[in-house]
Design a protein around this ligand. Sequence first.
Ligand code: UDX
Length: 429
Amino acid sequence: MKHICVIGSGHVGLVTGACLAELGNIVICMDDDAARIDNLGKGIIPFYEPDLEAIVHRNMGERLSFTTDIEMAIKPSEIVFVCVGTPQKASGEADLTSIEAVAQRIAKAMNNYKVIVEKSTVPVKTGEWVRRTIKLNGPDNSRFDVVSNPEFLREGKAVYDFMHPDRIVIGAESEKAANIMKELYQPLKAPVLVTNIETAELIKHASNAFLALKVSYINAVANVCEKAGADVVKVAEGMGYDKRIGRQFLDAGVGYGGYCFPKDLAAFIKIAEELGYDFELLRAVRKINDSQQAQIVTKAKGMLWNLSGKTIGILGLSFKPNTDDIREAPSIYVIRQLQQEGAKIKAYDPRAMGNARVALTDVEYCPDPYEVARDSDALIIITEWDEFGTLDLAKVRRLMRQPVILDGRNMFDPAEMERLGFVYRGVGR
Ligand code: UDX
């Protein structure tokens, strides 16, 4: 059992804190957002993440508490997790001002040996800056080590990913700190890789960029498939059997989105540039992703002719299923483009409509997919929520003004859709 505090109670911080409490540790989650902390104290979770609420409720009180008082969080803690945001600047690089500010505040609260863990995704060399900042601002006798311990949590599966990691990466500058972190994660029985801090920082960026590359690769293949009369779903299946390739992250579609991939990719390209390397492979990954989103609008035009005055129904707004997150979601770009062409937009998402209402005005939000279908000239599937796979398609067809479906996630079988009387197009088939 260890005493831990987590600075930043966003997606990563809250999942990390709650799961570490579930493993038997005493955890204090800290955030400057008083309303958020107040709600968390009442057991109200600020975003949708499966299983998180149950874990928070189970551990609240004795093992898990919430505060806005950073000193109160840090002083009793042996391990301090830094989970504050590292948003993207206009130049693409990560904005690390929050990390620096937190390092200064940690320095002020230093009272005994602590392991300061960077969990947020940060550019290589950030650990070194954190160490210098704490040394500069803390008492002369400050005893601490900095560790890089990147998270690999998928939104929508974050609790599962925390509890069942493929690997734990610990970038440490001392054996003492590495051992403390190994003990902490020992209950998870996952492979542990101990490296220096720079290597751990790079593992995170290299992993996310590789996954984005897989998505863009299959999307590029999908474009060739469309021209060649091949089916990208089968191509992915055929490739996926090869253990060296693997089937995961080979689903062609409208492209990747979310808070991590676009931001981390931009940051990685920028870091490489600063280090004197032009990572043109990753620039191509980004370009392909942008064109996948644009392509949906071109295809809609191809199926409906003029979009002006047409009603287009959007199924799915979150950047992927099982989350209410719409940050960098392809839906936002696609809807704005369709609106610019003069289309009227109706939309439904099982979880993300609250967030969408703030970002996208002039959209008719509907209570269910059938209401979206009613009198629509086309339906566009942007997010592959399970419930769309079980729709009564005959009913959908009856409700639509024109039976046009543009399936941005290849959820349906093209032959079956034709049999049902739809004019149907997927991606790469
Ligand atoms: C990602 C990483 O997976 C996780 O390890 C991390 O550290 C945070 O970033 P997340 O952003 O939650 O997690 O989403 P993920 O499940 O990885 O999907 C990313 C995007 O790629 C989504 O928009 C998804 O729709 C898209 N995607 C994924 C595809 O288009 N095709 C695929 O085959 C897989």
